[in-house]
Design a protein around this ligand. Structure first.
Ligand SMILES: Cc1cc2nc3c(=O)[nH]c(=O)nc-3n(C[C@H](O)[C@H](O)[C@H](O)COP(=O)(O)OP(=O)(O)OC[C@H]3O[C@@H](n4cnc5c(N)ncnc54)[C@H](O)[C@@H]3O)c2cc1C
Length: 292
């Protein structure tokens, strides 16, 4: 499969990239790792006249700690996330998601921003990022805005990103010591697998280590966008930890999910798996919170 013809731009700064995006409008698309975009161009699903490569912009490749927040540059790859000590320390569920995305080859190319902007319902990075309450920073010649990640997704392949905007970084407030999170993905194969269902869970315990002060449960591949489960979260917050609580939270999450039947699995199977995976992800989160 041959690529359609395009002009290639290689800006060295975010400002330069924004200028090019502003000048070219709908004719241009940002290019990061290319694992979605180039595949779609080869399949003739997309044929932008211009590609604006972001890979040489150093500012987009860093993971930084700043005033209690972790700032992840748009072009940090899944492999870098999975190996980063900053991520392992306190943001382990994100490292887990990054570490099982695709294959080693894909992880070396796939960037965090590309994974978010592609807005695949089954993608591996949105659930753990949403579980940590991440925000995204979008920049253009017109200015900069910061949005909660959970408002960014609008449907399969659709986000709030405007045509001239670049996603520059993801900001996560470092979770308290008493918090933990877990991420689990279910597929039919062990590698190179698109999730049938995936779940990320976050819990923060009170000072006694027995009561849940904050909780987020995020479900992937069971709705047009990654989805928080308000019923499960409501059930968990303010309650003392015990195994039957996580069982009930799993059932509540299953009710909040909106899966479809397709050739990879039935809606009922996916709903059942949401209950199981939610319980397991909550147990992973609790274990991590207690270890801290
Ligand atoms: C074989 C294979 C296996 C895969 N397995 C998985 C998997 O298990 N889990 C999973 O989640 N995904 C998987 N993917 C999908 C893919 O690898 C990810 O979505 C990847 O993270 C996309 O990032 P990228 O850097 O390659 O993006 P690109 O392909 O470069 O770009 C994707 C889209 O995002 C836009 N974009 C990129 N960066 C920016 C930015 N900074 N600002 C604005 N727009 C931007 C591009 O214009 C394009 O529209 C797989 C893909 C392949 C080919």
């Amino acid at each position: 499969m041959l690529l359609p013809k395009f002009d290639y731009h290689e800006p060295l700064s975010v400002d330069e990239a924004c200028q090019i995006m502003s000048d070219l409008g709908e004719k241009a698309k940002p290019l990061a790792g290319g694992t979605d975009l180039i595949v779609n161009m080869k399949k003739k699903i997309l044929s932008p006249e211009h590609l604006v490569a972001l890979s040489r912009i150093e500012d987009l490749r860093k993971i930084e700690l700043l005033n209690g927040s972790v700032r992840i540059g748009a072009c940090v790859t899944a492999a870098e996330l999975a190996e980063s000590q900053e991520i392992k320390r306190g943001l382990g569920a994100l490292g887990q998601g990054a570490g099982i995305l695709g294959s080693p080859l894909i992880r070396n190319l796939a960037t965090v921003a590309g994974n978010l902007v592609s807005a695949r319902p089954a993608a591996d990075l949105p659930p753990p990022l949403m579980a940590y309450g991440a925000e995204v920073v979008l920049k253009s010649r017109r200015g900069e805005r910061t949005l909660p990640l959970e408002t960014f997704f609008q449907g399969p392949g659709q986000t709030l990103l405007e045509i001239d905007e670049i996603l520059t970084e993801i900001i996560i407030q470092r979770p308290p010591e008493s918090a933990g999170a877990g991420y689990i993905k279910l597929g039919t194969r062990k590698a190179l697998e698109i999730s049938l269902v995936n779940v990320a869970a976050y819990v923060a315990l009170d000072s006694s280590g027995t009561t849940i002060e904050a909780a987020r449960v995020v479900l992937g591949a069971v709705a047009p966008t990654p989805l928080r489960s308000p019923s499960a979260e409501k059930l968990l917050i303010g309650e003392k930890v015990d195994p039957s609580l996580f069982e009930k939270a799993g059932q509540a999450a299953a009710k909040d999910s909106r899966p479809i039947d397709d050739f990879r699995g039935s809606a009922q199977y996916r709903r059942d798996m949401v209950a199981v995976l939610t319980r397991r992800a909550l147990n992973m989160a609790l274990e991590q919170a207690r270890r801290a």
